[in-house]
Design a protein around this ligand. Structure first.
Ligand SMILES: [Zn+2]
Length: 597
């Protein structure tokens, strides 16, 4: 379908953001004018409390306006990338953000030249400065001990591109230059194996296909093992040096700093999850039984346990009702706001020519929390609606309960509400169907989700921890060492439940996340926190709902670790991870009982 063939009520309504392109143009001119005033205001900002207030307010307001302009352009562009006008305003909005970024950059640098006592005196003198911008200013100020002199910072900035070489080269090499050759698919056709279609072949019901994909892919990686080791070692070295010159205790400490995480909390999480491998081993044994295998190899572990399952089709109104029913445990207020949001056209529902793929929840502090879907009526599409609605309701609550400068939330906590809603939908479906095949499908998908999101990511997290610790102790990260460390972790995380094919030692070479500097553990945090919250709410625990709503309203007024605590998720303890594991174990029980295995 072309964009103009889609019914208006099935598209999102952007007129509350800007009535039309002319209104957008007028706002753009206003924003450009404001950006021109920034250098003068920033240059004077350290002189007095009033000067700092004027600067921070204008920097913040201009940033919010630029974001609103970008949001409108981006949302229009997303629904039709072939629309020339949308492409043009998108380009102009990007330029505006760049101009803003350049003009606002000296703000942080100058703020960090203040002494802490001086900032405190400004707060006392002008309470509005602290009330409206205290958290924002202190968040920047946190970096003072890790900020160098002007000349040193300039030198580091000049070298920034160089330190990203390992990651850039890795990306180019794996996406453009790596070739794996061909395998035979289930129909006997010769097909070229790529890193992208590998996942599909690994799920093939035909064992020969999966085995061929597995051995061929890793043979491809293995021949470049020294190159991969050298790239990864380069990445680790860059992180190590950057942490050292900025006075952090380790690369891990530096990577965790923005989220107020600590190496101790990280370690606590790794210990808590890897202390429950018995449940993971139960999952693998169950899979082996369901698949009817005498011995299960690594290339068997991605086959879904629910092959041949029924796929229900949904209309969009049915999907909406299903999601609203699933989240009704939150009470009427939540349901009413969401229902009204759907009616107010937050959602751009169906695919059309030129529309971007996938789904997202977006908007900015001063707009509705818009949702982009490519709804086709599949089970997954309903889950996606639940997921994105979780993001959007989170945004709705933060935007309606905070000053605009605090209305956003950190990525660290972002996946919690979306995952909570996905889990609630899955439980709702389990409880509202008598169809055994459908139940097994839902349970099988949930089991795979826990395995992939919690255990696998924590295994990755341990790998990153070990490689950085070795590098920081002065060891050289050779291909042999990396393969050895990785293989040993697989021994730990698979136990004796599968045949540990030797090829797996090379798997670290194909995980791009190892170039994202201690990122993967965040996936495990999201699902663990969501599981803990859902268990408490479903058990009707007193205060569970109230604490969850308090969390949804926080925005940037608390740091990520403190925000999670408000939701009852204390990352310094182990009960969060115990809950997630208990939920995983309970799902295994249910699957076993239902499948009678
Ligand atoms: Zn999400």
């Amino acid at each position: 379908m072309n964009r103009n063939e889609i019914a208006v009520q099935d598209t999102w309504d952007l007129t509350p953001v800007y009535e039309n392109t002319a209104a957008w143009e007028a706002a753009l001119a206003e924003a450009s004018e404001k950006i021109r005033t920034l250098p003068r205001l920033i240059a004077a900002m350290t002189a007095s409390a009033q000067a700092l207030y004027a600067a921070v307010r204008t920097v913040s307001d201009t940033g919010l306006l630029a974001e609103r302009l970008y949001t409108y352009a981006h949302l229009r562009y997303s629904t039709d990338t072939s629309d020339n006008e949308a492409r043009t305003i998108m380009g102009r909005a990007q330029n505006l953000l760049t101009d803003y970024g350049e003009a606002a950059a000296p703000f942080d640098t100058l703020l960090l030249t203040l002494e802490e006592a001086q900032l405190a005196a400004f707060f006392r003198e002008l309470p509005a400065l602290e009330e409206e911008y205290g958290i924002l200013l202190r968040n920047t100020f946190r970096y003072k001990p890790h900020t160098l002199s002007g000349a040193e910072e300039q030198l580091l900035a000049a070298y920034q591109k160089v330190t990203g070489t390992a990651e850039d080269t890795y990306e180019t090499f794996t996406s453009s230059d790596m070739k794996f050759g061909t395998i035979r698919d289930a129909q006997g056709n010769e097909v070229e194996l790529t890193d992208t279609n590998y996942a599909m072949y690994l799920r093939s019901p035909d064992r020969e296909v999966r085995k061929a994909a597995f051995t061929t892919l890793y043979a491809g990686y293995r021949q470049f093992s020294n190159t991969f080791a050298s790239l990864y070692a380069g990445q680790v070295e860059a992180e190590k040096v950057s942490a050292k010159v900025r006075h952090y205790g380790s690369a891990l400490e530096k990577a965790l700093f923005p989220d107020h995480m600590t190496p101790e909390i990280y370690q606590n999480m790794v210990n808590a999850v890897s202390g429950h491998l018995d449940v993971l081993f139960r999952y693998y044994r169950l899979k082996k039984k369901v698949l009817g295998l005498d011995e299960m190899h690594l290339y068997d572990t991605y086959v879904p346990m629910n092959a041949g399952a029924v796929d229900r089709k949904y209309t969009y109104p049915e999907a909406v009702e299903e999601v609203l029913n699933a989240v009704s445990v939150f009470g009427q207020e939540y349901v009413d706001i969401l229902r009204q949001g759907y009616a107010d056209r937050w959602v751009d529902i169906y695919p059309n020519a030129g529309k971007v793929g996938g789904a997202f929840s977006g908007g900015c502090a001063s707009t509705a929390p818009y949702i982009l879907l490519n709804f086709q009526g599949l089970d997954d599409d309903v889950s996606t609606l639940a997921h994105e609605s979780g993001h959007s309701m989170h945004s709705w609550f933060t935007r309606h309960n905070n000053l605009p400068q605090y209305a956003d939330y950190s990525i660290f906590v972002a996946e919690v509400p979306s995952t909570v809603n996905e889990l609630l939908l899955a439980f709702y479906r389990l409880e509202h169907t008598d169809d055994k095949a459908e139940k097994l499908t839902i349970l099988g998908n949930l089991l795979d989700l826990y395995k992939a999101t919690i255990y696998r990511q924590i295994m990755f997290a341990e790998f990153e921890q070990q490689t950085h610790a070795r590098a920081e102790a002065g060891e050289i990260l050779t291909a042999e060492l990396l393969c050895d460390l990785y293989y040993k972790l697989n021994e730990k995380y698979f136990g004796d439940t599968v045949v540990l094919d030797k090829e797996i030692a090379c798997e670290w070479m194909r995980v791009p996340h190892f170039y994202y500097n201690f990122y993967v553990y965040k996936y495990a945090v999201g699902l663990s926190a969501a599981s803990h919250i859902v268990s408490r709410i479903r058990a009707g625990e007193p205060g569970a709902l109230e604490s969850y709503f308090a969390f949804l309203k926080l925005g940037h007024t608390k740091n990520p670790i403190e925000s999670l605590k408000v939701a009852g998720v204390d990352m310094t303890r182990t009960d969060v991870f115990d809950s997630a594991v208990a939920m995983f174990a309970g799902l295994i029980d249910e699957f076993e009982k239902l499948a009678e295995v």
